[in-house]
Ligand binder design. Sequence first.
Ligand code: SF4
Length: 251
Amino acid sequence: MMGKTIDLQIRRQDTPYSPPYWQTFSIPYREGHNIVSALMVIREHPLTQEGQLVDPVVWEFNCMEEVCGACSMVINGKPRQACSTLIDSLEQPIKLEPLGKFPVVRDLMIDRSKIFSDLKRVRAWIEIDGAWDIHRGAPRISPETWKESYLYSRCMSCGCCMEACPQYGMEKAFVGPAALAAVRLMNNHPTGSYHQQQRLHAIMGDGGLSDCGNTQNCVRVCPKQIPLTTAIGELGRQTTLQLLRDLFGKS
Ligand code: SF4
């Protein structure tokens, strides 16, 4: 191929059970390409550097603005979002791999179901029972609390923190940093706090807070700069208080 190119080495896998293999593609350089747009060019004409026409590369994306979390992959060894990773910021050849902590569906597409089952496990939602009029009876949230909670609400379940966490894996019980931060977020909400006890009990057992090894990798890779280690520290205090309440019979 003549002229400046963008070279991508992609780890491919045809089925969840077949062995992975690598293929390299070169596309013409264009300013402003991100990983998703480069993969789109390859998809139009999936020709390897060796001139072999192959099946288009499979990956997931949706919002293209780092909100949905679907396009997470390992880019040059770092878990991040394909949509917001600009080609010009990367060394070439660019190496793309699926997140390694989750089952591969095909190529760069992974099955993130464990993230969502862990969020369910810690009751990461707020129940609105309709018992009060939202505009008159609901508890008010101070601007300070709102501002603090907003930091945590930006989690997009992208999986990058789980990928970086040595304690997290399909065979491990640990719910992971994002689910812990979600507990902190929900417990901090006046309505969510009604179920604080259940959430704390969910993370006081096997696979909960004590499985965190404090490597702090999670907070370094989070694309949303969510203060995950702060959340984990706060939950340490909340679970200690809950333990004392349990011991002395107070709810
Ligand atoms: Fe992704 Fe950050 Fe949420 Fe982890 S905490 S899932 S890295 S947005």
